[in-house]
Design a protein around this ligand. Structure first.
Ligand SMILES: [Fe+2]
Ligand SMILES: [Fe+2]
Length: 195
């Protein structure tokens, strides 16, 4: 019985790593697309969130490696080598933001919510923490993308601002890094600026 539950947590970590890797790549492509449309601030936020998803990948990989006793490199080879990343050729920045909001909402409200519950039932603190940090960050990503989409649809200019991400949890902050990350409690030292 415990074996079955444990394999569920392992499967959830694998699914999360694949999902985050697709999101990371997708946002890079969305960013390139936004530059072509002269939407430089939207390109900037896509780059920042892409790099936040990378934090989630790292956290999940570390957790999976410890739980399954398989090296991070081996997990990457097994899970990520054959993933095909592509975006719809007819996309534009509005449809890309809508796509991103849908993805972030699914992750925070459905996927990570379930994964966190499974990890909790299995008393797996490591996976639970990794899922919980990602869930909270995805909620913020969804909100940020929604704000940008609203401004874009109203044809309002989006002002250039500094963007920071938390290297521990993938939280995104504007202007200055906060004294303490509202998601993971780490200090401003753990934030990096995304150019
Ligand atoms: Fe996200
Ligand atoms: Fe954080």
């Amino acid at each position: 019985m415990i074996m079955i539950k444990m394999s569920l947590v392992i499967d959830n970590l694998k699914e999360a790593i694949i999902g985050e890797s697709i999101a990371k790549r997708k946002y890079e492509l969305f960013s390139e697309n936004a530059i072509k449309e002269n939407q430089n601030e939207i390109a900037h936020i896509f780059r920042a969130v892409s790099s936040a998803e990378e934090i989630h990948i790292k956290n999940h990989l570390k957790a999976l490696s410890i739980i399954s006793k398989i090296s991070i490199e081996q997990i990457k080879t097994e899970l990520l080598e054959d993933i095909h990343y592509d975006i719809n050729k007819n996309n534009n920045t509005i449809s890309n933001l809508e796509d991103a909001i849908k993805g972030e909402n699914y992750e925070s409200k459905v996927m990570y919510k379930n994964f966190e519950k499974n990890a909790l039932n299995n008393k797996n603190n490591l996976a639970e923490l990794s899922f919980s940090l990602a869930r909270k960050a995805e909620k913020i990503h969804a909100k940020i993308f929604s704000n940008y989409l609203r401004e874009l649809k109203k044809n309002r200019p989006i002002n250039a601002k500094k963007i920071y991400i938390c290297k521990i949890c993938g939280n995104v902050e504007f202007g200055n890094p906060p004294a303490k990350c509202p998601i993971c409690d780490h200090s401003s030292k753990f934030f990096k600026e995304i150019m």
